[in-house]
Design a binder for this molecule. Structure first.
Ligand SMILES: [Mg+2]
Length: 230
């Protein structure tokens, strides 16, 4: 069995470090099982969150939703895709219209093969991120933005990812692209955003369709509880 894990809110709290007890437990699990990471984040961020020793247990790390693939310190694949100008202007227009007092103009984070759009920027400030979540729970800002974006740019793809951002790349650049490396019937996938519009959705659907197993979790504690029962 190949165990494929999303990172934010599946192995760690969103953008935060892995829990120490879970990390200790996972050291053993990851040494004896075939594990992989698939996340919208770039490598340095995932490495920081999981810690170098857990990070290195993965057979492959699919960073940037699979556009940037690593095997240890060796980069197996990357992408030179750039966000088209019209799409950038569209996001900047939406950004300008958002009625949130703690916005950050630096709202587009460029990564290999994708960008992450967030009106608070790429920040680890928990208080700011909580304030955004609270504000968004009333208006569904990211879902609305992703839907509008996808209607306007059919060649591109926007999905809600993590707690504060939207992952955007070429159509088909979602996490399901990693399945070219797997037989889906031999996959067990753990993700917290497996619902329609979430950045784990396409991969979760493709795994299920191919006869594999999907565990929809809401936090890392769920993942740990499931793993302990295997
Ligand atoms: Mg996640």
């Amino acid at each position: 069995m190949n165990y494929i894990f999303d990172v934010d809110d599946t192995l760690t709290p969103s953008r935060e470090l892995m829990n120490k007890d879970f990390s200790k437990w996972f050291e053993h699990f990851g040494t004896h099982n075939a594990c992989y990471w698939v996340t919208g984040s770039p490598k340095h961020m995932t490495e920081r969150q999981l810690g170098a020793s857990i990070y290195s247990l993965a057979i492959r790390a699919y960073q940037c939703s699979g556009a940037d693939v690593w095997q240890g310190e060796e980069r197996l694949k990357t992408s030179d895709w750039k966000l088209p100008l019209l799409a950038r202007q569209f996001l900047q227009q939406i950004y300008a219209e958002e009625d949130f007092s703690l916005k950050n103009e630096d709202c587009i984070d460029e990564r290999p093969g994708m960008v992450n759009y967030s009106i608070i920027g790429a920040t680890d400030d928990t208080i700011l991120r909580d304030a955004f979540s609270e504000w968004e729970s009333h208006n569904g800002s990211r879902r609305r933005t992703a839907d509008a974006f996808n209607k306007m740019f059919p060649d591109l793809q926007a999905t809600v990812g993590g707690r504060t951002g939207i992952d955007i790349g070429p159509r088909g650049s979602d996490k399901s692209q990693i399945l070219e490396d797997f037989n889906p019937s031999e996959v067990m996938f753990f993700g917290d955003k497996t619902y329609d519009g979430g950045n784990d959705y396409e991969l979760a659907e493709a795994v299920k369709l191919g006869g594999g197993i999907v565990h929809a979790v809401t936090k890392w504690e769920d993942t740990w509880a499931i793993l302990k029962q295997l």
